[in-house]
Design a binder for this molecule. Structure first.
Ligand SMILES: N[C@@H](CCC(=O)N[C@@H](CS)C(=O)NCC(=O)O)C(=O)O
Length: 224
């Protein structure tokens, strides 16, 4: 199974982590931002990463890819089957994909990606997202995060993967949490501090997917 994209994309990372937790190996190949050629274009009609290929089956969009993988490989369960927990999991994925990512994208893109691509940085847009919108997202998460540290069913699910993925990108290039301007201690990845955190960012026993967690910035070179 081939996944087209680049690891710094939260959507690509979400699929890689989900697959790794299922014990599945995906062959990650360049795709998007001018890379990937015809094979990528066939799988992603609008040029967005990630795209996916399994034999003659091609699909794009992280949620669609995850749905495919989960249907073929239901265990270990990462998308709860109980109605309310399942709905909440889908909500957190949607929240991550549309709300967290919409805030994180101008921060991450303008501070980190634009220089690599040789594109003009809009640092004012990054600053505005960080100051005006980001604290509200951290407030929301800090308030709803159960004591277990897991978003749904007090266990590791797609909800945790989905929400953590765009937060990682923000943590790379936002000092809000470090400076204490956020809602409270520690929500976010281990780079950002202590306290409550989305669990797989800090859990002492590495998960199967830990190989995909970008602890250092070196992987950014894959974008250039
Ligand atoms: N809803 C899509 C979003 C994919 C997406 O927006 N990917 C970005 C990279 S993070 C992209 O490919 N942007 C390039 C473009 O829009 O041309 C998903 O979940 O996969």
């Amino acid at each position: 199974m081939i996944l087209y994209g680049a690891r710094p994309s939260p959507f690509v990372r979400k699929v890689l982590v989900f697959a790794a937790e299922k014990g599945l190996e995906l062959d990650l190949r360049p795709g998007g931002f001018g890379q990937g050629g015809d094979a990528f274009a066939r799988a992603s009609p609008f040029g967005k990463m990630p795209a996916f290929e399994d034999g003659d089956f091609r699909i794009s969009d992280s949620t669609a890819i995850i749905t495919y993988l989960d249907t073929l490989h239901p265990e270990p369960n990462l998308i709860p089957t109980e109605a309310k927990a399942r709905a909440r999991t889908i909500w957190y994925e949607e929240f991550a994909d549309t709300i967290v990512q919409a805030t994180g994208m101008p921060i991450f893109f303008n501070r980190m990606v634009a220089p690599l691509l040789g594109v003009v940085q809009d640092l004012a847009a990054a600053d505005a997202a960080e100051v005006k919108t980001l604290p509200g997202l951290y407030d929301y998460l800090e308030n709803i995060l159960p004591q277990s540290g897991f978003l749904v069913e007090d266990r590791f699910t797609l909800a945790d993967i989905a929400v953590a993925c765009p937060l990682i990108n923000i943590c790379y290039c936002s000092a809000v949490l470090k400076e204490g301007a956020g809602p409270g201690p520690g929500l976010g990845c281990s780079r950002c501090g202590s306290g409550r955190a989305l669990p797989w960012c800090w859990r002492p026993k590495p998960r199967r997917s830990s190989a995909w967690l970008p602890h250092e910035l070196t992987h950014m070179e894959h974008l250039s």
